[in-house]
Ligand binder design. Structure first.
Ligand code: MN
Length: 138
């Protein structure tokens, strides 16, 4: 997994995530609102999206629905990044259809740990999707 799209309207958070992820070797794309983020997702086909919830006009939850309804973007893993860090929030966001959840303020280890877990899962999925019956015709 190489390409990560960050959709976040807070400039400081955007810069922080960019710095952390770039240092880990990821190619980072950035959008500051949901509409641009959806466009970037369709165009760039990122491996993972980090999605803020509170965005101007369209929320991160609404943007997630748009992404999951479009076959071009429906397979992309989307992790919510949010300051709604109260009991039950993780479950609520997973129920909304997010693939993961990172609470603000960001903790370096949590961000990297979450992203590496997705990365490894994706590598395993890619391996297991390879055809297994290629020798069976003999
Ligand atoms: Mn925000």
């Amino acid at each position: 997994m190489k390409k990560i799209l960050v959709i976040e309207d807070n400039q400081a958070n955007l810069e922080l995530l960019h710095e952390i992820l770039t240092a880990e070797g990821y190619h980072v794309l950035q959008s500051q609102n949901a509409e641009d983020g959806i466009e970037a997702a369709r165009r760039e086909a990122p491996d993972l999206i980090l999605m803020d919830i509170q965005l101007p006009r369209m929320s991160g939850v609404e943007a997630l629905r748009v992404l999951k309804a479009d076959e071009k973007t429906s397979k992309i893993k989307v992790v919510a990044i949010t300051a709604f860090a109260m009991k039950g929030d993780r479950e609520r966001f997973l129920r909304e259809g997010f693939d993961g959840y990172i609470a603000k303020p960001f903790r370096y280890k949590e961000i990297i740990g979450t992203i590496k877990a997705f990365s490894q899962q994706q590598d395993r999925d890619a391996f297991s999707e390879k055809p297994r019956n290629q020798w069976r015709s003999v």
